[in-house]
Design a binder for this molecule. Structure first.
Ligand code: ATP
Length: 323
């Protein structure tokens, strides 16, 4: 079943043009010049029930503007949107009962209340009876392991604990679609992994359709079955995760500080990008060799520090354009 359907969606913003110089002229205060920004420029796509879809792109690509239109916060200039057979522009409130939203950079919970009080508050907003809310909150707290800090005011929680609570708060009313905008931003790798597990679990247990934006390639790699890449307001690619991985995410970067030098020169699938003293930056072609094989070439006792990263999103997009 199609859960989200978008056709020829467009949104343009009118913004004041920046003048030359730091301050600009006095005249510009009274007669400002405007320019148009095509934040979303004719995009179309469908999302099926139960899909975990990544909607990604560089800064300013149009992701948030699209999510805002999908959730009814912003009105499109042109095009049509259908989320769960509801037009968000016409029936935002009706849609709110069916969807959940989590914005990693913007808290939705009341900071001075405890998570439990927040959850009760959200339940009452969604017209859920006290009895039903009690059962639902208990179920979610068990699933997401929140018991330890359920009675601690949100302002005293760690960022990771708060995001877990934000996700639970967005699930109180059993939404069929969840919009997650940068849910793991600013979290450390262990907490990130935890949040990813929760998202996966939620999708599996409740068949929730998940629409995710993230700058973190690992979020996308670990969570999503499909990826839509947007740039300058237009869809650059709409493909399966498997396809994206095979064609564009076939490189890993290892930066390692060693006690003693290692010679990688003849190793298959390894390219040395930088070498200075005992610091080494290498690129691995995962089509030719895998990460484990390369790591086995380095004696753990010889490592002072190591960092393994994926190809940055911007490079993946350039590669797509090059092709
Ligand atoms: P980021 O990853 O940085 O959050 P994004 O892909 O979510 O970026 P949007 O926030 O959708 O990008 O912005 C798309 C473009 O529209 C940008 O050029 C932005 O400056 C512009 N824009 C967004 N909202 C407004 C607004 N309310 N008024 C004017 N311009 C806006």
């Amino acid at each position: 079943m199609t859960t989200i359907s978008v056709r020829n969606l467009k949104k343009t913003f009118k913004v004041k043009e920046k003048e030359k110089g730091f301050i600009g002229s006095i005249k510009s205060i009274f007669k400002p010049k405007y320019k148009e920004i095509k934040a979303v420029n004719d995009i179309s796509f469908d999302v099926e029930e139960g899909e975990i879809i990544a909607f990604i792109g560089p800064n300013g690509a149009g992701k948030s503007t699209t999510i805002k239109m999908l959730t009814g916060i912003l009105y499109p200039d042109e095009g049509s949107i259908n989320v769960l057979d509801i037009n968000p522009t016409k029936a935002r409130k009706k849609l709110a009962y069916q969807i959940g939203t989590v914005f990693g950079q913007k808290e939705q919970l009341w900071m001075h209340l405890t998570p439990l009080d927040n959850f009760k508050f959200f339940a009452s907003i969604y017209d859920i009876s006290d009895k039903e809310a009690e059962v639902r909150i208990e179920e979610l707290c068990n699933t997401f392991d929140l018991k330890e800090f359920i009675n601690t005011p949100v302002r005293n929680l760690s960022l990771g604990q708060r995001i877990r609570c934000e996700i639970v708060a967005s699930l109180i009313h059993k939404p069929k679609v969840l919009f997650l905008d940068e849910p793991t931003i600013g979290l450390d790798p262990v907490v990130k992994e935890n949040i990813r597990k929760l998202i996966k679990q939620m999708n599996k247990e409740y068949n929730t359709t998940i629409f995710l934006t993230s700058h973190d390639i690992s979020d996308i790699e670990k969570l999503c079955n499909r990826v839509i890449i947007i740039n300058y307001g237009q869809i650059v690619m709409d493909t399966s995760m498997t396809n994206l991985k095979y064609h564009y995410m076939d490189k890993k970067i290892i930066e390692v500080m060693l006690k003693e030098k290692i010679d990688f020169k003849n190793a298959e699938g390894i390219e040395i990008l930088k070498e200075k003293d005992n610091n080494l930056k290498i690129e691995i072609d995962t089509k030719k060799t895998d990460l484990t094989t390369v790591l086995q070439l380095i004696n753990p006792e010889n490592i002072v520090d190591i960092n393994i990263s994926n190809t940055p999103l911007e490079e993946i997009i350039s590669a797509i354009y090059r092709r």
